[in-house]
Design a binder for this molecule. Structure first.
Ligand SMILES: C[S@@+](CC[C@H](N)C(=O)[O-])C[C@H]1O[C@@H](n2cnc3c(N)ncnc32)[C@H](O)[C@@H]1O
Length: 225
């Protein structure tokens, strides 16, 4: 594992160098297909951890949700609002800079430092390329933190990746069902919504040496009782 992937500086530099092969200009189709099955209440707030400049936030807002993103790179946050042609207000909130426009607010800073009150009203979570951005030790911390700060009743749509162990140093870090279960199964029931071959749509990972790639959408819901 590449230890630099553990540091915020790694991501800040990737955005500065424009090394953002993970970004999907058109948004993620698994979100559009599977979001309705979560049954998130109309008008509820969706938390989007490690949001980058994802267009998925615009799609979620178009469904009537409020959106709270959190992202380390100020460049990503600036790009998001500029590319979407949205004027955003800017406010300092402790260690964070919050950029907000209409239903979308992005907290710029470290997800591990996000105050719990920010997500108190969250009704659902959307994680695409967030969990897999972390090496295992940080995945454990991230999953614990999510479970601490997200209301128990909020379902999560998780889009994860899995490839043969050791083929590339992450990120993304291969995170098959076994790992998802290890991280979340104590608290959530985990259901696979769709699993598909993702290699053709990931030329960057193919070029790095990945020979097979499974992209899976999961729904996580709090266990009854
Ligand atoms: C693989 S990208 C995924 C971005 C987005 N979810 C998407 O689908 O395009 C991971 C993002 O997480 C951000 N990030 C990494 N560590 C973070 C942290 N500790 N707190 C907040 N954001 C972080 C990175 O800057 C990067 O934009």
């Amino acid at each position: 594992m590449d230890d630099t992937a553990l540091t915020p500086g790694f991501w800040i530099e990737r955005w500065q160098k424009g090394e953002i092969g993970f970004h999907q200009p058109e948004g993620n189709d698994l979100l559009v297909t599977h979001w309705p099955s979560l049954g998130a209440a109309p008008g509820s707030t969706v938390f989007v951890p490690l949001c980058g400049k994802s267009r998925d936030m615009v799609w979620l807002a178009s469904q009537g949700h409020r959106v709270i993103g959190v992202e380390l790179s100020p460049l990503a946050v600036d790009d998001f609002f500029r590319e979407q042609g949205i004027e955003a207000d800017t406010n300092a909130r402790g260690a964070f800079v919050v950029r907000s426009a209409g239903p979308i607010s992005i907290w710029c800073g470290d997800v591990f430092e996000l105050p719990a009150e920010v997500t108190r009203e969250v009704g659902a979570v959307y994680d695409r390329a967030a969990l897999v951005a972390f090496p295992h030790s940080l995945q454990v911390r991230y999953a614990r933190r999510l479970m601490e700060i997200i209301p128990a009743a909020a379902p999560m749509l998780l889009v994860s990746l899995a490839y043969p162990v050791g083929q590339i140093p992450g990120p993304p870090f291969s995170t098959p069902l076994m790992n998802v279960a290890e991280l979340f199964a104590e608290t959530y029931d985990i259901d696979v919504l769709e699993s598909r071959d993702g290699l053709a749509a990931s030329p960057g990972l193919k070029a790095r040496g990945v020979t097979s790639l499974e992209e899976t959408a999961y729904v996580l819901r709090a266990k009854a009782g």
